[in-house]
Design a protein around this ligand. Sequence first.
Ligand SMILES: [Zn+2]
Length: 374
Amino acid sequence: MEQQHICKECVLIDGSFGIELNSEGVCNYCEDPTYKTANWWKTQITDESKEAGLKDWNSVIEYLRSRQGERKYDCIVGFSGGKDSTALLYKMVHDYGFNLLAVTIDTGFVPEVAFENMRDTLEKIEVDQVIIDGAKETFRKLYQWVFTNQGSGELTLTRNLCDNCGDLVHNLVVREAMERDIDVILFGYSPDEIRRYFYEIPRDEIINDWIPSFISGEPFTEEDRERYFTPEYFENREVPRILLPYHVIDYSEEEIIKLIESKNLVKKGNSSTLKTSCHVIAAALFYDLNRFGALPYALQFAELIRQEPSIRKKWLITLKRLTPMIREGKFNEKGVNITLEEIGMSREELLSKAQGEVDKDPNREKILRNLGLF
Ligand SMILES: [Zn+2]
């Protein structure tokens, strides 16, 4: 029965996130690769742009090699304890022999498993790590603001949080790089994470684009605002490049998990994104599921499936398993509780906020139906 509401080609559900199935049972994204909503659009990657990216990546490797030993660190790798950044760290050290600095941002909402992974990894490979934990209060206020002011638009809370949080994370890493005179920063964003950036975060965005407008008012203080760059900061200074190599080199999630587990960089099972993603996301997923009748993860899974149709079944099973857990508040329950306590909101308040939005939504009937689909 549920099948008729799920896109035949991916896993998106009719009526959630503004998605509609056509008479063939195919969703807007599968029908039209240029389809765009606030929550998802595919950055159009042509073979030429991918080839150009790969060519650039190879020249960056050459560049780093050519001046190896001249500086203390060849480059920075953003290190979160998740599978992708762990594998990228390993690749840069093991395959290329670079001396790099692993930079970790502790937002105060990072799960213990992620830290455990980092410790396990750094026991196996010799890399210096810096943990930046001075901005926890700014992160907390940022999350609190986004949760409290999540509007009635179609943008998911998860997306809204990740975008705002990502900007501050990138900002802090760039600052660290500039203070240490490191000119290349790498992040292990996977190929499905291409909604905002493909391969490189443009210089112009680094300089101009990261300060959220709401930070000018309460409850934010001068201290919070100072964490962000103003364009003046960069005057007469070289802006580091921020590259996302997985967008252009071969990427296989399966291979990555196999690699990091076989090298004992992380314990078996600890490479799951569901275990390493931050606590705030668990609370946001609870809201989004109740607000939109589906998990925002489905948008990402659907993108992966369009890139490789044979994995559809695997992701469908994941959604079937995950959805009831999140609906019942059992998914990272501790993380949800920590988040709600920190931002001063109860589970009931969050749920009733979501239900209030559903009641105003023209797709109300479908959303309520979808909530019980899995
Ligand atoms: Zn589809």
